[in-house]
Design a binder for this molecule. Structure first.
Ligand code: BGC
Length: 470
């Protein structure tokens, strides 16, 4: 017999329990964690359209060497407890010496059989002081473009890939909307100088990564942990993109150029699909990291909200349509486990059977497929501007490449308008706070001798590129 007291309690709890149940079921239905049976899949049943752009990517600070910017200053500084900020105390210093070795590196790109090289221009070298442009640095990038073209490789330029000149960083960088004009001025200058050689332009690389690492986790410069500011910075980066887009498109022949942003999409999956709190955290993270920017381009509305901050809301109708293409970067997914710890109410934790890369995420090709399906809704062509694996033993690279490309091909067969795929990265390089330990390169780099060696696993990429480049 159930007592009256129990009956009262049950009736009080029934409604919230039902609502939580409906919430969990709705989340499960809306966010399936797609899983394919790789034992059944023939990875060679791929297809890519004629003219598909096969490429490789790098960024200036990670490969060039001798940068004097917010990152080089960060690398030389220490945490409050006196330990270095970068894994193993690494510093970028000469990196791959790509600034001096670009001609040899272009030969390496050519040897892969690809036809595109995505690289970034280093703002701190081009404009070392506010308003003072170094013509020799601009000439350097012109020479790089000319050498690429001579080798039959199309240059794709990124204007901002995480690094700022010190003068820009010291005035608050993208924390202040008023500073955006400096980035627009720089972008116009670079565009005017390189437009004879460059048709495809990426404005800003991964605004959400720059924001969360620099202003939420505080592990990248400027090392702040301030959700409110993170929201402002994210908004300002989107606004900066739109202003640069408008500025470049309104140059005399601007219409002839393709201008887009590079957006990293990381699907968030709950550790326990029956845990409403895991789902709730996933949806907050997804909003901040993925959906906020996607909404901005689809609706012109942006909102950013994390516990402990006032929601940042912004409407800019010119956000809609300020893209000729969207660059999609995807590497994997994240698995979220909530916990009863007010200082850290969730952590990322994977199942023991997930096949891990050397970074803190697994090989999960379905992630790129899911990410494509999301950015597809913006209705502009997609370029996969980055995808690749940190795999120092080179025993997963081959499988990673063939499976992720299978996923890309499947999305194309199902109607996604994907124009190209650029592997990250051409060669091992300075992996930000992870230093030199992460080996993303198709070519291994010996950082003592600067000798580059093709990795075995990379040949899978070369084979696929050769097959679809006829
Ligand atoms: C960044 C690269 C980075 C790569 C691998 C991307 O988020 O754009 O600079 O090296 O991921 O972690």
């Amino acid at each position: 017999m159930i007592s009256l007291k129990t009956k009262v309690w049950l009736s009080i709890l029934a409604a919230p329990a039902a609502l939580i149940f409906i919430y969990v079921i709705t989340m499960q239905v809306r966010n399936p964690e797609t899983r394919w049976d790789w034992n059944e899949i023939e990875v060679d049943t791929i297809d890519f359209p004629p003219g598909f752009q096969w490429g490789v990517a790098t960024s200036s600070h990670q490969v060039e060497g001798n940068c004097n910017n917010n990152w080089s200053r960060w690398e030389a500084s220490f945490k409050a407890d006196g330990t270095p900020r970068i894994h193993n105390g690494d510093r970028s210093i000469v990196a791959c010496d790509h600034w001096n070795r670009y001609k040899e590196d272009i030969e390496l790109i050519k040897a892969l059989g690809v036809s595109v090289y995505r690289f970034s221009v280093e703002w701190s070298k081009i404009e070392p002081e506010a308003g003072h442009f170094d013509e020799s640095a601009i000439q350097h990038y012109r020479d790089v473009c000319l050498a690429l073209k001579a080798a039959g490789i199309t240059p794709v330029v990124t204007l901002h890939h995480f690094t700022n000149p010190l003068w820009f960083e010291d005035m608050g960088a993208f924390e202040n909307e008023a500073n955006i004009r400096y980035f627009v001025r720089f972008s116009q200058r670079v565009f005017d100088s390189l437009k004879d050689h460059v048709a495809i332009w990426c404005t800003i690389n991964e605004p959400a990564v720059y924001t969360t690492q620099g202003y939420f986790n505080g592990v990248w410069p400027p090392g702040k942990q301030n959700p409110q500011l993170a929201g402002e910075v994210m908004k300002n980066l989107l606004v900066a993109h739109t202003r640069v887009y408008e500025a470049l498109k309104s140059r005399v022949d601007g219409k002839n150029y393709q201008v887009g942003i590079v957006k990293n999409v990381f699907p968030f999956d709950p550790y326990n699909r029956w845990n409403p709190i895991d789902w709730f955290v996933c949806s907050i993270l997804d909003g901040v990291f993925n959906q906020g920017a996607l909404d901005y381009f689809q609706t012109g509305k942006f909102s950013f909200s994390l516990p402990g901050m006032d929601k940042v809301k912004y409407i800019n109708k010119s956000g809609i349509g300020s893209l000729d293409f969207i660059g999609l970067n995807n590497y994997s997914h994240q698995r979220v486990k909530s916990q009863l710890n007010p200082k850290e109410f969730f952590r990322f934790e994977f199942y023991p059977n997930e096949e891990m890369t050397d970074m803190f995420y697994p090989i999960y090709p379905e992630a790129i497929y899911r990410s494509i399906k999301r950015v597809k809704d913006i209705n502009v062509p997609i370029i996969i501007t980055e995808n690749g694996i940190a795999d120092k033993n080179d025993d997963h690279r081959r499988r990673y490449i063939e499976r992720y490309l299978y996923a890309v091909s499947k999305a194309i067969k199902e109607g996604a308008d994907i124009r190209g795929y650029y592997y990250w990265s051409l060669m091992d390089n300075f992996e930000w706070s992870e230093g030199y330990e992460m080996k993303f390169g198709l070519y291994e780099v010996d950082f003592t001798t600067q000798i580059r060696t093709l990795r075995e696993g990379s040949k899978r990429y070369m084979d696929i590129v050769a097959r679809f480049s006829q």
